[in-house]
Write a protein that binds this ligand. Sequence first.
Ligand SMILES: Cc1cc2nc3c(=O)[nH]c(=O)nc-3n(C[C@H](O)[C@H](O)[C@H](O)COP(=O)(O)OP(=O)(O)OC[C@H]3O[C@@H](n4cnc5c(N)ncnc54)[C@H](O)[C@@H]3O)c2cc1C
Length: 412
Amino acid sequence: MKDVQDIIVVGGGPVGSFAALILSKLGKKVTVFEEHPEIGSPVHCAGHLSITSLRALGLYPLPDKIIENEFSQANFYSYSGFSFPAILSKPVTCAVNRELFDKHIFIKAKDAGVSFHLNSRVQSLLIENGFVRGVKVNQGEGKEEIFRAKIVLDAEGISSRLLKQTGLVPLNPKRLVYAVQADVENVKNLQSNRVNVYFGKAYAPGFYAWFIPKLEGTAKIGLATNNGNPNNFLQRLITRHPIASQYLTRARVKNKEFHSITLGGPIPKLCLNGFMALGDVASQVKPTTGGGVVFGLRSSIIAAQVANLAINNDDVSSNFLKLYQKQFKKSFSFDFTVMLIIRNFLDSLSDEKLDRILRFCRKIGLNKTIENIDEIDLQGRTLLKTLIKPTVSVALVYLLINYLVANGLNLD
Ligand SMILES: Cc1cc2nc3c(=O)[nH]c(=O)nc-3n(C[C@H](O)[C@H](O)[C@H](O)COP(=O)(O)OP(=O)(O)OC[C@H]3O[C@@H](n4cnc5c(N)ncnc54)[C@H](O)[C@@H]3O)c2cc1C
C-alpha cells in the first residue's frame, strides 16, 4: 500500500506549485498531480504582474529570461481612440513568460522535496465518512489509482470539476468572460515601455483588450468578451481598431490560446473536511482586470500555513481549516468588495459614457496625481490611500454620480 501523504495538490499551475513549495519547506510530505505532460504548457495567460507583489511574495527579482519586459505606463483607450495615459515614476509591472514562470516555481518546489506526477489527471476525490481522504488518479492507459492524503488542496484552475464533486458552491458561471491570448511579431512603431488597454463593445464587450509589448517588435495581445467568439473580436481589433490596427495590420499572430477568466470574486466557502480550494478554482481573481496569479499565490501562503497547522494539530476538519477562510477574508475582502463595485460600474457603462469619463479624468489631471502608485493588486487599499489627493476625490465624486445615475438615480 502507498504511503499516506500529508498533502496532495491537484494542479501544477503557479498556485498549486507555490502552495506545495511552502508546505514542503514547512516539513510536510507533498505530492502534486498535473494532468499535462509538461508544467506551464499550454500558456493561456498574458503574464502581466505587479513587481511590488512579486517582491512581497519573494519571487522578485526573477531570472532575466522569465521577465519579458517592465512597464511604467499604461494607456487606457476608449472606443473612439481617446487615450488616458497613466504615467508612473518607475516600472510597476512586468510581463513574465508564463511557461518559464510556472516552471521556475515548479523547480523550486521540486528542489524543496515536492513529488510531482505529470500526465496524471485526478479523476475524482476519495471521500470517506464526510472527509476528503485522497484522490483517484488516471496516469494513462486507463489505469486508475488511489492516492491518500491528510488534506487535498484543490488548485485545478477554472474548470472546477473536483470542487463540484464536493458540493461547495463553484465560481459564478455568469461572471465568466471568454478570452483569447496570442503572441504577435512584426509590430509597427512599438512603444515598449507601455501597456495598452482598449475598451469598446465592438472589440471586447464586457471586458477589454490588451497589448503588452515585449522586445524587438514582438508583443502579447488578447481580449475577453462576455458574448461572442473572442477570435472574431481579435480579428476585428487587429484590422479595425483606430489605435491597435496602426501597430498590428502587418503583424503575424502566433500561439493563439483560448481560456476563461472569472470576474465574480471569491467563492463563498473555501474548505471542507480534508479539503481546501485555492487560486482560480476559488475565483481568487481580480474582478477589475482578471489578474489571478498574485491573489492565487497570496492565498496559497495562507492555505499552506493553515494546512500545516491542521496537520500538526491532528485536526483536518473543516472546523479547523476554516481558519484559512477567515484569514483570507480578513486580508482581502475589502479589496475584493471594492474591485467588484468597480467591475459592476464598468459593466454598466456605455462606450460613450466611458469615453466621457476618461476625458474628464484626463482634463482634471488625474493621470498626474497617480504617478507614485506602485500597489496595483490591493486596489481597495490603493484607492483609500489616494483619496487625500484632491483630483482623486473629484474624480471619485464624478464617478459616483455616474454610478448612481447608471443604477437608476434620477437627477432631474
Ligand atoms: C487570456 C488570459 C490572460 C490572463 N492574463 C493574466 C495576467 O496578465 N495576469 C494575471 O495575474 N493573471 C492573468 N490571467 C489569469 C491567470 O492565468 C490565472 O489566474 C492563473 O493561471 C491561476 O493559476 P492557478 O494555478 O489557480 O490555475 P491554472 O494556472 O489554471 O493551473 C491549474 C492547473 O491544474 C491542472 N489541472 C486541472 N484539472 C486537473 C486534474 N483534474 N488533475 C490534474 N491536473 C489538473 C491544469 O492542467 C493546470 O495546469 C489570465 C487568464 C487568461 C485566460
